[in-house]
Design a protein around this ligand. Sequence first.
Ligand code: ADP
Ligand code: RBF
Ligand code: MG
Length: 182
Amino acid sequence: MSSRPEIVGPEAGPEAPYPLRMEGKVIPGFGRGSKELGIPTANLPVDAALAPWIAAVPSGVYFGYAALALPDAHPGRPASAPAGGFAVFPMVMSIGYNPFYRNAVRSAEVHVLHAFAADFYGAHMRLLLLGFIREEKDYKSLDALVDDINFDCEVARRSLAREAWRPEAASAESAAWLVEPL
Ligand code: ADP
Ligand code: RBF
Ligand code: MG
């Protein structure tokens, strides 16, 4: 899908309706082996009470930051993260029905752009959505889906690498919320 832009969102930083927030504990997903494809996705419950905006946004691919409260013993917890505190990573996520799999319920799944040495089911995750990459699609093959997701990861990385898209620059208030102790 090289015909898509490699960077999305204005140079000056996120614009309305972003930033959007959502949080919850990582739950088991559909168990379709996303991990085996190299794109594990941390699933969050879609709770309209916690994130009222979610019913109103289009299904598709979003990007921004994920804050994870990893247990102190988790091998992936950065040395810089305070005990029991949140560590922040760039992320790309899918909100929708996954037409390729014809899901009946809307799911929210996050691929964190970081290589973790262990799973983190049950961890509290906060999400700051800063922009939209594309609408969700159906695919002829799993390979085509995976290629598109890998391109989404590249778009998210590049888009977030800009100065105005650092969490603090995008929204000081939301950046503080991301790492607020539980
Ligand atoms: P499931 O169907 O249960 O969601 P996945 O194959 O999608 O299974 O794997 C998701 C799990 O992998 C997450 O819940 C998390 O514990 C772990 N994981 C490891 N690395 C990552 C990552 N970079 N991004 C998201 N989840 C990851
Ligand atoms: N599923 C779809 O059916 N269509 C999509 O367009 C789609 N886009 C995705 C984009 C990203 C960034 C991610 C993380 C997932 C996406 N998915 C999509 C969900 C995908 O089907 C799911 O993660 C599977 O578990 C991958 O095997
Ligand atoms: Mg998953």
